[in-house]
Design a protein around this ligand. Structure first.
Ligand code: ADP
Ligand code: ZN
Ligand code: ZN
Length: 818
């Protein structure tokens, strides 16, 4: 009998692919194992076994696999069901889910990879145009595949160029990267075997009297051994003996010391042992806990709605404790930017080694380790704290999922596919495991609050801050009025300046929030009105003072700030609008004595980028922190008593049906950073429109008022949560082709659905990286069958793809676009 496997390939194929296997392989292979398989003319992919069977494929001859890569499954059946759901619901392929779910080190490919030659000295001027393109691309990505290079320089045969680049020392080639993962080895030392007895040791020390440095090392080793009774790391020995690597090496060479290596997991927790006692909950937290457990008993997702600093985290801690005591795994999901050391060490104080952290700033090695630990159900991965991708880990027995800051839009993956919402996908995963789910927020999303009102979710709330700390006092300042009365200094109103002065005089800290990075969004010529544009995207370039550059935030294009207007030549360039950098600069001029720091995407790159700034602020090395919305999430600073919001209008005026909900959430969250201890905190919101309903609701902490008003609008205009939306994006480099394609598709949709089709329309930035963009929105009533709707859309796409001129148009689905 012949044997076959159906596999998932890590590419956007609609169907599973079938390969043949031998009888012996059949005995061994299980779904969830990886296999290396040939594909197309010359490619080799890592594929995942989905199922085994005995039916040969009808339309093609099944090829044989190259090799089985695992001894046991690395992906379990629950994951496969979850991935299937994600692919179906978010209209992508299971291959795309597979590619995004696994740490890249698991997806070895035999395709040649091109790496940047770190050692080479590159003469940029000596590169031809196409060579330069590849060189430039490698500044942004550490590796490129050959087909990616083809796409970048837009031609098939790229080998001559690659050869030239190798000669010029720009690139290196890397073939066959089987198993990229290397466990980290740590170097240890011990006394050489010849010296282990007391006599020998004495002799040794005697003989070393004329080498004081060496004898110091030996003594230090001795002390460490007595003190810790553990293997001694070379680095520790170096430190405690105050000597150098060279001295230790000399001793090793002489055989006095012996060096050895132990494989350690990179993801070890190095702090205390997690034996802090859990805090006793106060009555409000206790009530919330009981309500959450009631929802669990009724098999419902629980929404925990607790104002900022109400102690939600402590409630989660209780739930986690309960979960792990029953021997199950717990997942604590957070938006990427809220995954701070502050929170992680807080949880580690309770749970110590049981915690693993998983997010995108971790190296592939660390990710593989966490994956393997979860797979092996190790106790050190019993609790996972992570960003959205931690949903894909191989849990076998989840008992609890916490989704903190559940209102955060960044839980939705925007690009590439799968464009999933981690909150919603987590709820589905939780169901598959029969686990409990809590969504937590001070400002729940309209969706989740709506679900709690209709009874679909359970509801628990804490409406006061922990420890009788009062909510901050929020004051609105009218910028129009202040400007008219000439009371502004730069972007600071008189009121804000007064409050800053007082706060600093009291030795307290200030947070200033401006929702834009860079110095000023744009530079404008006051003579002719021209502002420099990105050549690849339809946006004005943003001014970054620090580097005296104009940069595009969409494609990274940048130029030096010109001295004269490119259009009319006059030197009258002025900045318009303002960002974090300008706030920082103005502040320095106004308060030269204060220490000010800035937190935005530009200052927090790198693995420890955030941590450095947060720690400096926490330890009060900084008096003032200027930042974008990164400031809003999960930070608990004890000494902040004033939060200034420089300009609320850019948030409110954003052209999107969610702008008001989002403004309320963001402003409430930033305000929540003020006065988290005894003293009442102060918040100043500056706006040209202080009578805006949302600002009133923020200042009176009126979530319910906001909810009702926004829900009414959503009902009027048929937006979520009373309706579903699917956004289809079309991209093409030719303007006319794009327009024709989008029109054609929209017409098809109108024929089928009659109503509820919006567009095609250009988004606010209608061209990015030389691709024109148009969107169509489909409003799907909750009564309408979603699978049927998607089938109809797919049918239209099939006819669309049959039109030859549209074949090169990219069609991107975004289900539940937010
Ligand atoms: P939230 O997550 O709702 O913003 P936190 O959990 O950060 O609030 O709690 C705010 C502050 O109150 C924290 O410093 C926390 O340590 C403290 N806190 C919360 N609950 C308790 C408790 N039961 N006992 C002692 N301190 C608590
Ligand atoms: Zn000009
Ligand atoms: Zn651009």
């Amino acid at each position: 009998m012949q044997h076959f496997i159906n596999v998932i390939l890590p590419i956007p194929l609609e169907k599973l692919f079938t390969y043949s296997i031998s009888e012996t392989e059949f005995q061994h292979i299980e779904p969830g194992m990886r296999v290396a398989v040939p594909f197309g003319k010359s490619k080799i992919y890592t594929a995942l076994v989905y199922e085994t069977h005995t039916n040969p494929p009808e339309v093609y001859e099944a090829k044989e696999i190259h090799k089985i890569l695992d001894d046991a499954p690395v992906v379990n059946p629950v994951q496969l069901r979850h991935w299937r759901w994600i692919a179906d619901y978010y209209m992508c392929t299971i291959g795309e889910v597979f590619r995004s779910a696994m740490p890249s080190a698991f997806l070895l490919e035999s395709e040649t990879l091109i790496l940047r030659n770190e050692r080479g000295v590159v003469d940029e001027n000596g590169l031809k145009d196409d060579e330069f393109l590849v060189y430039e691309a490698l500044q942004h990505q550490s590796m490129l595949r050959v087909d990616e290079v083809s796409a970048i320089i837009d031609r098939k045969n790229v080998l001559p160029i690659l050869n030239r680049l190798i000669e010029k020392q720009v690139i290196l080639l890397k073939d066959e990267i089987y198993e990229q993962y290397k466990p980290k080895l740590v170097r240890y030392v011990k006394l050489g075997s010849a010296y282990r007895s007391e006599e020998k040791l004495e002799e040794l020390l005697e003989s070393l009297t004329r080498a004081p440095k060496q004898s110091q090392v030996v003594l230090a080793l001795f002390q460490l051994e007595v003190k810790d009774k553990k293997p001694i790391k070379i680095t520790d020995l170096e430190q405690s003996s105050g000597s150098s690597k060279a001295v230790i090496k000399a001793l090793v060479d002489k055989g006095i010391l012996e060096e050895y290596q132990i494989r350690i997991d990179r993801v070890n927790y190095e702090g205390e042992n997690g034996d802090f006692d859990l805090k006793a909950l106060n009555e409000y937290q206790q009530k919330a806990l009981v309500d959450i457990q009631k929802s669990f008993d009724n098999n419902k997702v629980a929404l925990l709605h607790g104002v900022t600093s109400s102690g939600k985290t402590e409630v989660y801690v209780k739930l986690i404790e309960e979960c792990i005591n029953s021997g199950k795994q717990a997942l604590y999901l957070l938006p990427e930017i809220a995954l701070t050391t502050q929170l992680i060490s807080r949880l580690q104080d309770y749970f110590g080694e049981k915690i693993s952290v998983y997010h995108s700033k971790y190296s592939i090695h660390e990710r593989v380790e966490v994956w393997n630990n979860v797979l092996a159900q190790k106790s050190k991965a019993q609790i996972v704290i992570g960003a959205r991708s931690s949903l894909f880990l191989p849990y076998s027995d989840l008992g609890l999922i916490i989704i903190d800051e559940e209102h955060e839009g960044s839980f939705k993956q925007f690009d590439p596919a799968p464009r999933y919402h981690a909150r919603d996908a987590a709820i589905v995963l939780s169901k598959l495991h029969n686990a409990n789910t809590v969504l937590g927020s001070a400002t729940p999303s309209l969706e989740s609050y709506y679900n709690s009102q209709t009874g679909k979710y359970g509801y628990a709330s804490i409406d006061r801050r922990f420890g009788n700390v009062v909510m901050p006092d929020i004051e609105l300042v009218d910028l129009k009025d202040q400007t008219r009365k000439r009371r502004m200094k730069g972007h600071f109103s008189e009121r804000l300046l007064e409050e800053i002065t007082e706060t600093l005089d009291n030795g307290e800290q200030v947070i200033l929030f401006q929702n834009r990075r860079g110095f000023a969004p744009i530079v404008e010529c006051t003579t002719c009105g021209h502002s420099p544009q990105c050549p690849n995207c339809d946006v004005s370039l943003t001014y970054h003072q620090h580097r005296k550059q104009l940069r595009c935030h969409y494609c990274g294009h940048h130029i030096a700030l010109p001295e004269n207007c490119e259009a009319c030549g006059s030197p009258t360039l002025d900045t318009k609008g303002f960002g974090t950098e300008q706030v920082e600069q103005e502040f320095k001029d106004l308060f030269p004595k204060a220490n000010v720091g800035r937190m935005d995407l530009d200052t927090t790159r790198g693995k420890y980028g955030y941590e450095k700034i947060i720690t400096a602020f926490e330890q009060q090395e900084l008096d003032v922190l200027v930042g974008t919305q990164m400031l809003t999430k999960g930070l608990d600073f004890r000494n902040v008593n004033l939060v200034g919001i420089m300009n609320a209008d850019s948030l409110l005026n954003f052209p999107d049906y969610r702008a008001h909900e989002r403004s309320f959430q963001l402003l409430t969250q930033v305000s929540g950073r003020a006065g988290r201890t005894k003293k009442r905190g102060k918040v100043i919101i500056q706006s040209y429109n202080p009578y805006h309903q949302i600002l009133k609701q923020v200042s009176t902490n009126d979530y319910l008022g906001m909810f009702k008003e926004q829900l009414y609008e959503r009902e009027q205009f048929l937006y979520p949560p009373v309706n579903r939306i699917i956004k289809i994006t079309f991209k093409h480099k030719n303007y006319n082709t794009l327009n024709d394609a989008a029109e054609w598709f929209a017409k098809g949709l109108r024929n089928v659905f009659k109503s509820g089709i919006l567009g095609p329309e250009y988004p606010p930035v209608a061209r990015i990286r030389n691709q024109y963009i148009k969107n169509v929105i489909i409003k799907v009533s909750l009564k309408q069958s979603l699978p049927q709707t998607k089938n109809s859309i797919k049918r239209i796409e099939n006819s669309f793809n049959a039109v030859s001129q549209f074949r090169s148009v990219r069609v991107i689905y975004n289900v539940d676009h937010i």
